[in-house]
Design a protein around this ligand. Sequence first.
Ligand code: APR
Length: 341
Amino acid sequence: MPLEIVRNDITKMAVDAIVNAANTSLLGGGGVDGAIHRAAGPQLLEECRTLHGCRTGEAKITKGYRLPCKYVIHTAGPIYQDGQHGERDLLVACYQNSLELAKAHDCETVAFPLISSGVYGYPKADALKVAIDAITHFLFENDMTIYIVVFSKDAFEISSKLFSDIEAYIDDVYVEEHLDSPRESIRSRLQSKYLKQAREYEELDECYEAPTAPMVASDACLNDMLNQIDESFAEMLIRKIDERQITDAECYKRANVDRRLFNKIKNNPLYKPSKQTVLAFAIALELSLDETKNMLMKAGFALSHSNRADIVVEYCIMTGNYNIIEINQVLFKLDLQPLGY
Ligand code: APR
């Protein structure tokens, strides 16, 4: 997955380069800066001394020494005042200059902390948004795997409304594996009746709604099914890309899927993508819920109300939220597997 948010200690990241949230002296400090210097050993400071500092927004590179990475890219983030003093532009420059330096050194994997969101006081949610915007902009033109390493889950807030709405939706529809309340056991009997009936419909090659809803085959989905009865997942993916008049690159970039994986799917009709990959393409193509279920079926999957990640994706599709990074933030916050790969 080209962009992934992970919870870790950045000094443990085995990547080509980690980025240090340094200060303009480049002579060490607290937070990430202190952690990186402690883990890298004294040689890092010795090399930093030769760099003669770094202006805010700029980036300089050293070796990684005892760290499990080849390079450390040092950048000095802006000190947040009130957001009216060019802080955002300087923070964007930190990411852009660090990424250009990583690219110039043939790095394929890079890990960022949330620059300026600690001692320098940049509001974490805004700092994350700037990081995501700057990195996704770079990824539209470049192939690289980039990690945003958050030290603790509260290091970023998702829009509380989105998060609470999704949690409420999960509560409404999530079907526990082991039902205990009488209402749930009635519901499950109903569901198994619908599922049996749905399987009969399936044999008739008709599309069907989730078991809890009355059987309605939507036109779009039924036409899809009848017109492309032998279509593979890959053929459907390519057809949907053409229908939306976007390029392959736009599609896999929006899906936050690696170019190599996309080419594997495109060139090998028998390749079986993961459910997260199929859902990532459904989001990138902004498919309806019916079309998404149809595409999942082509890859041998189905949305399930006993899978919380499926419910999150279902909610986002039904509410027209096709922002895969935001969806992945919610999945990350719920300790669920992100979309993409
Ligand atoms: N791994 C990943 N993230 C970390 C780690 C770690 N080991 N340690 C801290 N963080 C997180 C913090 O929680 C914060 O969200 O990194 C983010 C950046 O925080 P700071 O390290 O305080 O960096 P910044 O806000 O950019 O301030 C830079 O602090 O350490 C000094 O010398 C540094 O003067 C400079 C200033």
